[in-house]
Design a protein around this ligand. Sequence first.
Ligand code: MN
Length: 496
Amino acid sequence: MVVLLGQRLRFFDTTLRDGEQTPGVSLTPKQKLEIAVKLDEIGIDVIEAGSAAASVGEREAIKLISEAGLSAEICTYVRALNSDIDAAADFGADSVHLVIPVSDLHIEKKMRKTREVVAQMAWDAVEYAKSRGLIVELSGEDASRADQQFLKYIFSEGVLCGADRLCFCDTVGLLTPEKVEVFIPPLAKIAPLSIHCHDDLGFAMTNTMAALKAGAGCAHVTVNGIGERAGNTPLEEVVMALEILYGYQTRIKKEEIYHLSTLVSRLTGVPLPVNKAIVGEMAFTHESGIHAHGVMREPSTYESVKPEMIGRKRRIVLGKHSGSASVEAALHELNYQADENQIREILKRIKQLGDEGKRVTDVDLMAIADAVLAIECKPFIKMRQFTATSGSHMIPTASVTLVVNGVEMTGAATGDGPVDAAMEVLRKCVADVADIRLEEYHVDAIRGGTDALVDVTVRLSKDGKIITSRGARTDIIMASVEAMIAGMNRLLEGRT
Ligand code: MN
């Protein structure tokens, strides 16, 4: 990738526009602002905040983001219509992503127009946008199926009309690296060129990398690769591939990537695929004995990316593929000390659970370890009774009776749902003893029937100490309570 090294690659993030066009996703202006602030902080060059013409909410979001004093350029999607461009300018955008259909299929079937008419519309729109003081990125929609001579013509004239930048949109993901090699270089000579890819055939990342190599200077990306249909090129993958595979230093704050990724997943409601590169739940999780043993001795044996680089941690989980080194490490983390024979016995029982198709949680491991080490278990917090209720005309409520350090206490709390109420009542009951905070709550819904096992992970903190604890049950509320109590016990008692 020699070409790359000479230029300063830019990132144009369209999470708030193309990403928001993911079926079922809708963000409020406030949520959009929260994501935009984070995108700016991480070092994105251009933030496409929305489509100014789409709705009142969109315009409000663009205004809110434009006025937030971010260093990134704030862009909005517009069609070749003066009304769209006016909305962009009136609501404070710095630039427009002016999208023009360029394939005959789009021009004739969608627009029901001719090449000449569409080209003229594009150029007029560029001139109008420039007259309104906007930076213009002129974008060819469905460019990969367009007559490339026509595309070159529209772009060249567009630049003469004032367009500052160009963008090649592979709108439905039909590009290949071979086509990129032919299509991109002549266009990149006209003006600074962006590449916008879709993942319909799983080629978004490959095509984006090929285009950057062929002369495009800017990648259109979304966080977690969300977007229309199968999505767009994922920001986190381009950044890490450039850095690790090509030795190219982006100016993205990589250690914030995971935080950004989870924020977007939470606000959009689009879950991260567990095996997703870089940000998936399993991307830094090891179970197999050989691999876990390897990474504990030297992480690079089975990790191409250091988890700390993107603000994550390596996780070793126990299961039927585990080896004694993983068990020893897990026991150590839970403050248990076991000899070789005891570890062998604990491992045997873990594998039995694994063979039964069960996940081994901290609670399971602690129960097994207590049994094998013959520890008489006196947990700090013990649960006597727990009830949670919810329904269509009531506020979700949870009540609990706990024995906290020998003292029985009963409490009740309400919440946004029964799980929220449960977490709140537990926190309230131990509030007198310790200030324990729930930092993160995560559910792995194991697909299957409605009777499937649910795996809940909580991250709890007390006085700066952070621990992770898991619970697995078929009942999501009880799995949450189990994870919470096990975690609280670990924070409160020095287990020996
Ligand atoms: Mn798109």
